[in-house]
Design a binder for this molecule. Structure first.
Ligand code: ADP
Length: 395
């Protein structure tokens, strides 16, 4: 079966065509600058990247260009659209309505629309992608896979905030968590690799990319996670602040006569290691600057690692122990210095890092020593494959 996986943003659209038997991507690509001018980057498996500079005035045209690229005589990977058996859509927010993936119907679209308030930047864009695919390929079954769904197993003590209850009753303000597809995929791999029994397992997944979150997965279910109502809470990220004293918002607003929108832009786009260092949101740039003596870059790196270690400690408490800790996503998979720094706080758990294993990149690796009490792993995430698997399972 061939599944087209679509991740639609407001001006971009990422896609992969995945063969469900071999679990390999036949082609991957990205439409950029939709509604501005437009560019399609398309890479067939084992082939060269092709850049197509046709205008992409809207998402429907973008989808049509993707389908044309997939069936193109030169760089295409299928001979006709009939070979696409299903489409899996990443949807950011499923609120409390969706605790698992679903086949998309009119009712499902309506229910996703009802979650728009909770993710005003993401859900409407995801829906545009869904509607565009529906109108171009009306007969092809489609599945929505939600970033929030995996975390719907969290107990109340993990998801309620310490604010008046009416805000939960009236607006469903609570912790939802994100990166659920990745946390689910990686925690399952960690259980498989370490030979744990799922029903008796305690795993902490550190998804550390530009956006970063940590999840406590007990007996295969998410029981707590660091992102909240929005992806702003929790760890320090590339450009997001993560946790802070909420009174700081008022303090800056008064001092600098700023609106709440200005403050949110600062916290989402100008903070994190980027704002702290004044250098970059990319940890490779931070390391370079830090090696050249930039103290703020060095501080930003240390504060980031310290926050990760504190969250791990709190999730060990939440689960009354931990069997395995897995690092994933761009930073988690690639930055051995970050992993070493985080693990340097975890000696109390009996964790010992194998330096040689920790230096391996880009593949599943146990990076703790043989006698480490808790296994530490690097597990490359694959959200597209997880979406394709869910899609196949549902249709
Ligand atoms: P996103 O959240 O955008 O999907 P990714 O998971 O792709 O992010 O992670 C991107 C981040 O990973 C970069 O900003 C960078 O900080 C980090 N990263 C990627 N490769 C390396 C590397 N070799 N060394 C250190 N950090 C890296």
């Amino acid at each position: 079966m061939k599944v087209l996986v679509v991740n639609c943003g407001s001006s971009s659209l990422k896609y992969q065509l995945i063969d469900s038997e071999s679990e390999q991507a036949l082609a991957v690509g990205l439409c950029e600058r939709i509604g501005i001018d437009g560019r399609l980057n398309h890479t067939p498996a084992g082939g060269e990247k092709v850049v197509i500079d046709d205008p992409l005035p809207n998402h429907e045209v973008a989808i049509q260009s993707v389908l044309a690229a997939l069936t193109d005589k030169q760089h295409g990977v299928i001979s006709s659209l009939e070979e696409i058996n299903a489409i899996g859509h990443r949807v950011v927010h499923g609120g409390e309505k969706f605790a698992s993936s679903v086949v998309i119907t009119d009712e499902v679209i309506k229910a996703i629309e009802e979650c728009n308030d909770l993710a005003p930047l993401h859900n409407p864009a995801n829906l545009i992608g869904i509607n565009a695919c529906r109108s171009i390929m009306p007969g092809v079954p489609m599945v929505a896979v939600f970033d929030t769904a995996f975390h719907q197993t969290m107990p109340k003590e993990a998801y309620l905030y310490g604010i008046p209850h009416e805000y939960y009753d009236n607006y469903k303000i609570r912790r939802y968590g994100f990166h659920g597809t990745s946390h689910s995929f990686v925690s399952k791999r960690a259980i498989d690799i370490t030979g744990l029994e799922e029903k008796n397992s305690k795993v902490i997944v550190c998804h550390l990319g530009n956006g970063a979150s940590i999840t406590a997965v007990k007996n295969g279910e998410s029981v707590d996670t660091s992102m909240g109502l929005t992806p702003l809470e929790g760890l320090i990220m590339g450009t997001r602040s993560g946790d802070l004293d909420p009174a700081i918002l008022e303090f800056i607003a008064h001092k600098e006569n700023k609106s709440i929108d200005d403050i949110m832009t600062i916290l989402n786009k100008k903070s994190g290691v980027y704002g702290m260092s004044g250098v970059s949101s990319d940890f490779r740039d931070l390391e370079k600057a830090s090696n050249e003596g930039n103290e703020r870059a060095a501080d930003a790196f240390r504060v980031f690692c310290y926050r990760v270690a504190k969250y791990i400690g709190s999730y060990v408490a939440a689960m009354n122990g931990v069997d395995a800790i897995a690092f994933t996503a761009g930073l988690g998979e690639n930055d051995k210095n970050m992993r070493r720094n985080v693990c340097s706080y975890l000696g109390y758990l009996g964790i010992a890092l194998d330096e040689e294993q920790n230096a391996i990149r880009g593949k599943e690796t146990v990076i703790s020593t043989k006698d480490s009490k808790v296994k530490v792993l690097v597990i490359p995430t694959n959200e597209e494959l997880a979406i394709a698997r869910e899609t196949v399972a549902l249709i």
